[in-house]
Design a protein around this ligand. Sequence first.
Ligand code: NDP
Length: 497
Amino acid sequence: MAELDKPQREVEVPGDWTYASAPESRDIVEIADRYGHFVGGEWLEPTETYETIAPRDEEPLAAVGQATAADVGRAVAAARTAYADGWSSLPGSERAKYLFRIARILQERSREFAVLESLNGGKPIKESRDVDLPLAAAHFFYYAGWADKLEYAFPNRRPRPVGVAGQIIPWNFPLLMLAWKVAPALACGNTVVLKPAETTPLTALLFCDVLRQAELPDGVVNIITGDGRTGAALVESEDVDKIAFTGSTEVGKEIQRRLAGTGKKLTLELGGKAANIVFDDAALDQAVEGIVNGIYFNQGHVCCAGSRLFVQESIYEPLVAKLERRLTTLRVGDPLDKNTDVGAINSAAQLERIRELVASGEEEGAEIYQPPCVLPEKGYWFAPTVFTNVAQSYRIAQEEIFGPVLSVLTFRTPEEAIEKANNTPYGLSAGVWTEKGSRILWMAQRLRAGVVWANTFNRFDPSSPFGGYKESGFGREGGLHGLEPYLTFEDSETFGG
Ligand code: NDP
């Protein structure tokens, strides 16, 4: 065997395993200097504009219109005309063709959209590329499939479109939230006026180009930009038949008050303070990945983020040690770098809110851990943060932080876990980590949350309904359930059963 021995050569072992930067080129996206409102298939010149920026370095990206009540009125009128002029009476199979086209175009242009989403919103490119864009396209594909099957989805109920839908979306998943709202609305035969969030209008404006490419009839989707005043004007518009809102509980309540007694349909997808519950029989390394995904995905700007971690007491120390070690490997930085795990905070206002709540956690007596990481000097940044020694009464355990901040609490028995997890005004989502199937079912029946994930977190599929209890809102988006808010039904008895 001696002759087979390879000559021994000294191989230099690299000592530095730091990732080289791998920036995604932004050349693929063309950003105009100025944008108007997309109304009736045309660009409406705005009377007033504001600047939208890149949160990673505060670079100004474009001047965007601030829609006035008159602009909102024009958009609603265009949507009403398109509704009456044929869209609502188009056979479902014809509407489906447009939705399929939109889905395909989104897939074809996904890189362009992903770069723009990360640039304007601050989320890591690997998330916009691998999560936001594929899911947005999947929503259009999914609801295209329902457009000609509404009679079968709701047998004997004679589904009819509602009319003009006013849709107001937040800044955490700008294109995905647009897809969640526009796809079911169109599949059901409604027309739309959509307002993206003030800080993240650019992918919605690029989407107007997709609508033109898909040759969607003019006025079926209208996009107006602006701040909360524009949203309020849309809510108050008399000719809107339905409002779909995703955002803060405070604004959601205000909208509900305004619409009370008007007969308009309303769905609210609001905040959350999800419990992620880890039992002592769970696969700890897998759970740590789920915890990290649950709270640091999209910088924690996620309504269903697992922001309260409940750990069974017997595994508290090893789990927290593993979690803190894992945090040291998270790469915080340029959203356009393909290696980045945690990107920029969406806005100065949101950064301020995170800082204020984190300061309250320290003042109230919680223990803070942040991994060593160098944050860029310009732009809005916050290091991934874990709080231990947290009491349930602390603000960081009660209020939605909407940032990369986790509060760790403990429990001894499943009953105690349920009691603590449900001790919140919210009820959007929860996670359970255990190897026992029966325990998963026992927990899922008792957790007051719209979605309960088992041995995973933040999993989305267009066919699965999503929505909340209590102050997390009402109505469901996604799946068959997501069609209902965009339909009216004739009484099945009148119809003859
Ligand atoms: P908002 O609820 O203010 O924003 C959501 C959307 O509503 C935006 O398009 C916003 O416009 C619009 N809007 C604001 N005021 C009104 C109004 N009076 N009538 C109609 N529409 C309105 O959320 P923020 O951006 O202020 O975030 C604050 C907090 O809300 C976050 O820290 C987080 O806790 C929570 N939040 C929860 C989200 C969720 O998915 N559940 C999403 C976003 C935030 P504009 O952007 O121009 O203000």
